[in-house]
Design a protein around this ligand. Structure first.
Ligand SMILES: Cc1cc2nc3c(=O)[nH]c(=O)nc-3n(C[C@H](O)[C@H](O)[C@H](O)COP(=O)(O)O)c2cc1C
Length: 174
């Protein structure tokens, strides 16, 4: 199963719009795909006890999304030059071996500014390599996202979609 992750809990995020386009495209290519939007997960797994006792809400996310995934398409916004803290918290709270070890990842970054979260993708690559994941070399920075949105705020920028589809095709082969 390929898991598409929208890597922020910000309500109404542009990252979620981009991630959903990856999800829709991958759904056309394979039946084995799920979507995890971090704005829809409960945050009660965050507590001083989270490293010792796992919240039932997190167990559910692990069982339904993280453990069955062999590949993860991760879309992350740029927040203060890196990826959002909620995503790191989720990783720190998980059973790393079952959730991430020996799996494959593909990264895309989303930003209002010019970098398209290049730094955050590099940081994430190092971390994912540390937890034994292979990361597709083709990482896609999507910069100036506000200029790529339609007037109604939706995302369907043709040239960017072409790059996303080419990257997703490579990930399917990876
Ligand atoms: C907490 C926070 C920090 C941000 N830091 C940056 C930044 O360092 N560079 C940048 O280009 N945009 C930054 N942005 C703007 C985001 O890139 C912009 O909101 C974009 O749409 C992607 O985030 P989103 O998925 O939450 O919409 C920041 C936004 C937030 C909410």
């Amino acid at each position: 199963m390929i898991l598409v992750i929208s890597g922020t809990n910000r309500r109404g995020s542009n990252t979620s719009k981009v991630a959903r386009k990856y999800f829709e495209y991958l759904q056309e290519k394979t039946t084995e795909v799920k979507f995890l939007d971090l704005s829809e997960i409960p945050t009660d797994f965050v507590s001083p006890d989270m490293y010792a006792e796992k919240a039932p809400s997190l167990e559910k996310i692990e069982e339904e999304y993280l453990f069955p995934a062999q590949k993860m398409m991760i879309v992350m916004p740029e927040y203060n030059g890196s990826f959002p803290g909620i995503f790191k918290l989720l990783i720190d709270a998980c059973d790393i071996k079952q959730a991430f070890y020996n799996k494959k990842a593909c990264l895309a970054g989303v930003s209002s500014g010019r970098a398209g979260n290049l730094r955050g993708m590099d940081t994430m690559t190092n971390m994912l390599n540390y937890i034994r994941m292979d990361v597709l070399k083709n990482k896609l920075p999507i910069s100036g996202i506000d200029r790529l949105l339609s007037e109604d705020g939706s995302f369907g920028h043709e040239d960017t979609l072409k790059l996303m589809h080419a990257q997703a095709d490579q990930f399917l082969e990876f």
